[in-house]
Design a protein around this ligand. Structure first.
Ligand SMILES: Nc1nc2c(c(=O)[nH]1)N[C@H]1C(S)=C(S)[C@@H](COP(=O)(O)OP(=O)(O)OC[C@H]3O[C@@H](n4cnc5c(=O)[nH]c(N)nc54)[C@H](O)[C@@H]3O)O[C@H]1N2
Ligand SMILES: Nc1nc2c(c(=O)[nH]1)N[C@H]1C(S)=C(S)[C@@H](COP(=O)(O)OP(=O)(O)OC[C@H]3O[C@@H](n4cnc5c(=O)[nH]c(N)nc54)[C@H](O)[C@@H]3O)O[C@H]1N2
Ligand code: SF4
Ligand SMILES: [Mo]
Length: 748
């Protein structure tokens, strides 16, 4: 009998980044708890963290490469798999060029150290235009806004909830999602403390969400109109002389332009569209201005709309004008220990970010951060001509379920000449792949969180060694990606992974020693590379980034500073303190100021004004999340799948009655692009005229291997979302506020 041992490991499912404690016996997880001594999450855990035990043990989780032969996926060796990819892709690339291969990168890529670091390496080594990711069904509007305002796409102000006295939250439900662009383990506990010290939480949402339920006030808004409501609040600040930038006055450009541009959006003008009384809009603006530490925060319900970028911009315009940006209790910039562009280079000034440098071939949709909107993927595969996507590589993504007009995309995926997926399941997307390359269990790999410390309510750093040794014959994902890099750059299926890895770190070191600023500027590259020995792979990149980061040891400059070794010595993490003011140092705009009135957004306000006289009749569809579900890929775990059916169509009692629908009845929901049938959940928690169906379901497709999920497949809500509806500034799809018709299904 083997002994029970205890291991600490970060949960990598969602953005809360909780530190967990695993008890294991042999190769089995016996229990999972929150790590009470963790410096950041203090013991918090949710059901998905506990379900990592089942993810690790899931018999459907892929452990061997699969090759599709005669329409069936069959196990293969790694060498066979890479040879098949080389044979499948090389002729396409040689004949049609690099754009014939499309990439789709999915959300778990941001939560996986191997993927986050080596995806970047692959994208650097192989140049093409047809790059897509889950970011254009998610947060790009916020990143575009912050890139324009602060000069960095990851310089996103975060609610300083632990010191806040007032918070306005739009289109976010952290009680279910555990926070997004807001890494906040135990949101409920922190919100409770805020209220105990007299703080106020106001939630704007067409549904009385779980977060609205614990808030002081719920404002039910008409879907898709947050930009108008926020503009009405900015108007109030200007109109009632509540603008007070305080310390930021000196660092802000464009205040007068904003005042001028917002004149068309008085609360009394926008109220009807929003379905929110003008007096409420005015009062919220006054409360924000009066708060001793308050902030506005918007998330998926504001970003995945027609005016996603404008709404995201207005959130921070409010924070700035009310004097709530960059102060304790307001909206603040985290300072991450590694990989944070806003801690590198010359502080306070930068090159800004260029966008819309090229367009998609078929629709002419704009490039953003080197990517095209994933809503364009199907047409780029279907439409003949030069630059057509003939082959696709998906990495930790499930676009067949997660992106708009899923019906059309499924057909397009089936028509590809060749497809490769790096994924841990045979699911709705990967069933189309000719070759599937499986990653490891999260417990079989180390973790350093590259992304989410950049969005955290406190500064922290943590390294988790693997809980289990990877099984014999497996390949870590960073090596999978380097083998793929080898194939794509013409080095064949057996590229020298070590040599490629050495090149990647050497390039990073060269660039840091050659820079004019920074902790190792002017040092000898070989000396730095020697100091990183004997590390390889992600560990070496993490150590290098930590040591040259904001708290790093600078390779000897500050012996007390951070390094990978220091994190290994502190397994519960290192606390780097509460968020501290960072303006002007955090800015990377060319002007060295906050650009409050970016041209691109200002030019789009006329489009927003055009919506003021829109018809407000008709049903609109929105999404929602549940704490026991995570996008499309955790429905195969029995612990999460059990309990009531969660893929229901929520309807207000009046809307249900008008269509003769009762609780549990089946309704047909139709939009411009598709139609689905779903069971109705009648609830007065949703506003009249709004219906809600969660995304990530529809697990009844042939050729998948998801035994538990297939028993209660649910409905794919993205069959209804319209691939032609985009926020034109960020290329992000409109996933909330979809016009729909609902009718009872006759005979049922
Ligand atoms: N209607 C509607 N649609 C939405 C949303 C919405 O609110 N409404 N939300 C959008 C948002 S915010 C997002 S982020 C996207 C998500 O969109 P995607 O990222 O495309 O989809 P996921 O469901 O996250 O699927 C992740 C895939 O990664 C695989 N995977 C999981 N872990 C690993 C791993 O460690 N390694 C590898 N290689 N693969 C792994 C899973 O098996 C799955 O195939 O969906 C978007 N779609
Ligand atoms: N349990 C769980 N946690 C997750 C995920 C998950 O799938 N499940 N996904 C993760 C990912 S990838 C992300 S991006 C985050 C997202 O995290 P959040 O942004 O918190 O997302 P949701 O929980 O979907 O909350 C969005 C809310 O917006 C509301 N809404 C819809 N349309 C509108 C609108 O037009 N205006 C306003 N004001 N509100 C609207 C919806 O009713 C819903 O309550 O969650 C992450 N965490
Ligand atoms: S809140 Fe997120 S990070 Fe924390 S245990 Fe749950 S899924 Fe994991
Ligand atoms: Mo997301």
């Amino acid at each position: 009998m083997s002994e029970t041992t205890t291991h600490l490991h970060q949960c990598t499912v969602c953005e809360a980044a909780c530190g967990l404690t695993f008890e294991v016996k042999g190769r089995e997880v016996v229990s999972v708890r929150g790590d009470a001594e963790d410096v950041f999450s203090h013991g918090f855990i949710c059901p998905k963290g506990a379900a990592l035990k089942e993810l690790d043990a899931d018999p459907d989780r892929l452990r061997q490469p699969l090759i599709k032969r005669n329409g069936r996926h069959e196990p293969a060796s790694w060498d066979e798999a890479f040879e098949a990819i080389d044979r499948g892709l090389r002729p396409i690339l040689e004949q049609h060029g690099n754009d014939a291969l499309g990439f789709y990168l999915g959300n778990p890529g941001a939560h996986n150290t191997s993927l986050v670091t080596y995806n970047a390496a692959l994208l650097t080594a192989f140049r093409n235009k047809n790059r897509f990711s889950a970011s254009t069904v998610d947060q790009y509007p916020k990143q575009v806004a912050t890139a324009l305002m602060f000069g960095g796409g990851l310089s996103v102000p975060i609610p300083d909830i632990d010191r806040s006295q007032w918070m306005l939250m739009l289109g976010a439900n952290p009680m279910a999602s555990n926070g997004s662009l807001f890494t906040v383990p135990d949101f409920r506990g922190r919100a409770r403390k805020m209220r105990e010290r007299g703080g106020r939480l106001v939630v704007v949402d067409p549904r009385r969400s779980e977060t609205a339920d614990i808030a002081d006030e719920h404002v039910a808004i008409r879907p898709g109109t947050d930009a108008l409501l926020l503009a009405g609040m900015v108007h109030t600040l200007c109109d009632e002389n509540l603008v007070a930038l305080g310390r930021l006055e000196e660092w802000t450009a464009g205040v007068e332009e904003v005042k001028h541009a917002i004149a068309a959006f008085a609360p009394e003008v926008v109220a009807a569209q929003c379905g929110v009384p003008a007096e409420t809009i005015r009062r919220l603006a006054r409360e924000l201005a009066a708060a001793d530490g308050g902030c506005v925060y918007g998330r998926i319900g504001t970003t995945t709309t027609e005016f996603g970028t404008t709404a995201s911009w207005l959130v921070d315009v409010l924070n700035v004008l009310a004097g709530q940006l960059d102060r304790p209790g307001g909206a603040m910039f985290p300072k991450a220990a590694a990989f944070a562009a806003n801690t590198r280079g010359k502080p306070g000034k930068g090159g800004g970010v260029r966008m819309h440098r090229f367009s998609s071939r078929v629709r002419g949709a704009p490039e953003v951060f080197g990517e095209l909107p994933c809503a364009c993927l199907a047409e780029e595969i279907e439409t003949p001509g030069e630059g057509r996507i003939r082959a696709l590589l998906t990495i930790a993504g499930n676009p067949a379920v997660s992106t708009p007009n899923a019906g059309r995309l499924a057909k397009a995926l089936a028509s590809l000449e060749f497809m490769v997926s790096v994924d841990i399941y045979l699911n709705e997307t990967t069933r189309h792949a000719d070759v599937i390359l499986p990653g490891l269990s999260p417990l079989e790999q180390s973790h350093y969180d590259v992304i989410f410390p950049q969005f955290s309510v406190r500064n922290w750093a943590r390294y988790s060694p693997p809980v289990f040794e990877p099984p014999a014959g497996s390949l870590p994902e960073w090596q999978i990606l380097l083998r793929l890099t080898g194939i794509l750059t013409g080095q064949g299926p057996k590229a020298d992974v070590d040599a490629l890895d050495d090149t990647i770190i050497a390039m990073q070191v060269q660039s840091a020693v050659g820079a004019s600023d920074g902790p190792i500027a002017g040092r000898d590259a070989d000396e730095i590379l020697a100091a990183l020995e004997p590390l390889r792979g992600p560990e070496r990149l993490v150590d290098f980034q930590l040591r040259t980061g904001a708290y790093g040891d600078g390779f000897g400059a500050d012996p007390e500073g951070l390094s990978l070794r220091k994190l290994i010595e502190n397994p519960h993490g290192v606390d780097l303190g509460p968020l501290a003011p960072r303006i002007p140092e955090v800015l990377r705009t060319p002007s060295g100021r906050i650009e409050l009135a970016p041209e691109m957004v200002m030019a789009d306000l006329a489009r927003l004004a055009d919506t003021l006289d829109r018809d407000t009749d008709g049903m609109l569809l929105v999404g929602r999340r549940h704490v026991r579900s995570n996008n499309s890929w955790m429905h195969n775990l029995p612990m999460l799948a059990k309990g009531p059916v969660r893929c229901t169509l929520q309807l207000h009692p009046d809307d249900a009655a008008a269509r003769g629908l009762e609780n549990g009845a089946l309704a047909r929901v139709s939009s411009r692009v598709g139609s689905v049938v779903a069971p109705v959940e009648v609830t007065d928690a949703i506003a009249r005229g709004v219906a809600s169906l969660p995304h990530g379901w529809g697990h009844d497709e042939a050729g998948t291997k998801l035994e538990v999920a297939a028993k209660r497949p649910g409905t794919n809500s993205n069959v209804l979302t319209d691939e032609m509806a985009l926020d034109p500034l960020s290329g992000t799809a409109v996933l909330n506020g979809i016009p729909i018709e609902i009718e009872a299904v006759p005979g049922l």
